[in-house]
Design a protein. Structure first.
Length: 395
């Protein structure tokens, strides 16, 4: 059996909304449907019935994104009911996992045309209540927020594994001697690059605003922030001696992203030039509390499988869950030129809607390669509970 080439024909995303912000009134299944519909509309030569499957990443799934949000997106987007959909969950890597699974299906000949993406509404993530162990309890019951992080933790888990995500970032800062000032400088650069990219129109080809919502740009970008302003923010996880603050961490967000993937036959049917070709991917594990360093081994493995090195990369989208963990990863890749990392800003500024971020990164790399005309790009994320995921694209 021959392995087929897999091409990214197009990639779109919503502007990323802030927690409780402009997109908070929009259901996650509607966000997902919007990017699916936009993607199909941008390739009018392609019969929507030719879409063999829709893969969507979703890290929560406890609220309006329940019951297979990928299939819901297909139906709400008005695609033929014959188009199926599957939802995948690799926490922060869910959107990229969806892209990888769709690409794998096409490479093996199980599909010719697929849509892959991700969605998250952290604003609308519900509180959940566990069922009581016995009927008619007299005492109070606890509600758990599903917005982010550990909940209903299994007591068999070692305590050092189940620290808060921000404490995990502090541990990475400890490990690599990363200072508060370095983290704030990284955050400031992220905001400046994102603001500049928007001002130059670099996101015009991929961002599709949600109809009826007054949001045309990522909502969390702070154009006028400064080192002085960032320095005033208090540590969020270690009151004494902490370095991780709201200013050098990714915020809570809402948004969706989607990519159109095809083989050679599907490419001819779209009548379009592809943005990029998918080369290889890799996933690895690490101690849960050091999740922020998860991409380190995954990126090296993906490059090795592709027969490439850091010197071959022209762009690299690394998800900025925290400035500390991003800097920790960069410290372990001394061969990498940091200037090619997140050239259009990263998640500290743009935002991190968990299930959508991986698809956003892959789409951004594809658009950057298309704009450059050639090159090798990489998308990678750290993942809560200790994993890393990476994808290599080429043009």
């Amino acid at each position: 059996m021959s392995i087929r080439d897999v091409y990214i024909v197009d990639a779109v995303r919503t502007p990323i909304g802030k927690f409780g912000g402009a997109l908070a009134s929009v259901r996650p299944d509607d966000l997902a449907a919007h990017v699916v519909r936009a993607l199909v509309d941008r390739s009018p030569a392609l019969d929507p019935a030719r879409v063999d499957d829709v893969y969507f990443g979703d890290a929560n799934g406890a609220g309006e994104d329940n019951r297979d949000v990928a299939r819901m997106a297909v139906l709400l987007a008005g695609l033929p009911v014959t188009v199926p959909g599957v939802t995948v969950n690799r926490l922060c890597g869910s959107g990229l996992e969806a892209v990888i699974q769709a690409a794998r299906a096409i490479a093996l000949g199980d599909a010719s045309v697929a849509i892959a993406g991700g969605v998250e509404s952290m604003s609308r993530a519900p509180w959940v209540l566990q069922k009581p162990e016995r009927a008619f309890p007299a005492g109070h019951q606890q509600l758990h927020s599903t917005t982010l992080g550990w909940r209903m933790t299994n007591p068999k888990m070692p305590a050092e594994w189940t620290v808060a995500l921000g404490e995990g970032a502090e541990l990475v800062a400890d490990k690599h001697g990363i200072t508060r000032e370095q983290q704030d400088a990284f955050a400031l650069a992220s905001h400046r690059k994102a603001a500049e990219a928007w001002a130059k129109g670099l996101y015009d080809d991929e961002v599709v605003p949600y109809p009826g919502v007054e949001l045309t740009r990522d909502e969390c970008i702070r154009d006028n922030t400064s080192m002085e302003a960032l320095a005033k923010l208090k540590p969020a996880f270690r009151p004494e001696g902490g370095t991780v603050t709201p200013g050098n961490s990714s915020p809570l967000n809402d948004g969706a992203a989607a990519l159109l993937l095809v083989d050679e036959d599907g490419l001819r049917e779209t009548g379009r030039e592809p943005l990029a070709r998918i080369r290889t991917s890799a996933v690895t594990g690490i101690e849960p509390q050091l999740f922020g360093l998860g991409p380190v081994a995954a990126v090296r493995r993906a490059l090795e499988k592709a027969g490439r090195s850091f010197a071959d990369l022209t762009t690299f989208e690394l998800n900025e869950a925290f400035a500390a963990q991003s800097l920790g990863c960069l410290a372990e890749w001394p061969e990498l030129d940091p200037e090619i990392v997140n050239p259009r800003g990263g998640a500290v500024a743009i935002g991190h809607p968990l299930g959508a971020s991986g698809a956003r990164l892959a789409g951004s790399v594809a658009h950057q390669l298309a704009a450059a005309g050639s090159g090798t790009g990489l998308a990678a994320l750290c993942i809560g509970v200790g994993q890393g995921l990476a994808l290599v694209l080429e043009r």
